[in-house]
Design a protein around this ligand. Structure first.
Ligand SMILES: [Zn+2]
Length: 283
């Protein structure tokens, strides 16, 4: 997608499955099963879609999917299907791992940061050796001091090797990282979860990460049970979605199994997503 001075492409690191009840929090199954289909283990299909942003002489990757370091047990629990993965979809985009200049982390959960490192010589090493990895300081502190509630999502092998290699730049505050590209802390999902906003040619695109993981999450109370601070998600989402409707933002949905990007419309009291067609490489 050409977006002002940027070329933006949703990539794919395959698909996985999470418990439908956990994905929709307080919403009863009788309601959420109208928007998705659960399997025999009550899991719903999800995508892992990092975003490739090229422009201003830079190649930027936002999140990097699950990666290939997960155990067989996890692969069974989460139903990973990585036949199409970040390597294949980067290759389709004509980009090699060495070409990536900047990697931005929305947060450090394994389905976003798993692809930041790769096993080489029996050790996890940075997958994008020429990149600066931009990580929120508070998220780093939480990810390196996990508790009983968030431990299953944080694996040091996904990010500690980046610091050891001297590739991490910490951000403390909201603001522009590069011309036209900003990060905004949403909180909610994790205390320091952030989204990435791209402004160009008078328009706004947002990589919403786990603020709006799928198009089914655009309604206010549809909030994941995974969120550590659901009322913060609610407050941020209400004002964000109102801005997105007014500004006709292009929203990238990182986990939606079918809609990679779309514009939120409101008609009467109902919100819906008008999908934007993407090339097959994004699926
Ligand atoms: Zn996620």
């Amino acid at each position: 997608m050409i977006f002002g001075e940027f070329d933006i492409r949703p990539l794919s690191d395959g698909t996985f499955r999470l418990d439908g009840g956990a994905m929709f929090g307080v919403i009863p199954k009788s309601m959420w099963e109208k928007r998705t289909t659960a399997d025999e283990k009550n899991r719903i299909p999800l995508a892992a879609r990092p975003l490739l942003v090229q422009g201003g002489g830079r190649t930027i990757l936002i999140d990097a999917g699950i990666g290939d370091k997960m155990s067989e047990k996890s692969a069974d629990i989460y139903g990973f299907d990585r036949v199409v993965n970040l390597d294949t979809s980067l290759a389709w985009a004509g980009v090699s791992p060495e070409d990536i200049d900047v990697v931005i982390a929305t947060h450090l959960h394994f389905d976003h940061a798993g692809g930041f490192t790769v096993m080489a010589g029996g050790r996890p090493r940075p997958r994008f050796p020429n990149a600066r990895y931009i990580i929120r300081r508070g998220e780093w502190d939480d990810a390196t001091h996990p508790n009983e509630r968030n431990r299953a999502s944080y694996f040091a092998e996904n990010y500690v090797p980046l610091l050891d290699a001297g590739l991490v730049d910490f951000v403390e505050d909201d603001g522009e990282l590069l011309p036209g590209i900003s990060v905004l802390r949403t909180g909610g999902h994790t205390m320091h979860h952030q989204i990435v906003r791209i402004d160009s040619g008078g328009r706004t695109a947002v990589f919403a990460a786990d603020l709006l993981p799928t198009t089914a999450h655009i309604d206010d109370p549809w909030i994941m049970a995974y969120d550590l601070y659901p009322l913060d998600t609610l407050a941020y989402k209400k004002s964000f979605v109102a801005d997105a409707i007014r500004g006709e933002y292009v929203i990238f949905f990182e986990h939606d199994p079918t809609v990679a990007a779309g514009i939120i419309r409101q008609e009467g009291g109902r919100k819906r997503v008008e999908a934007i067609e993407m090339s097959t490489a994004s699926r």
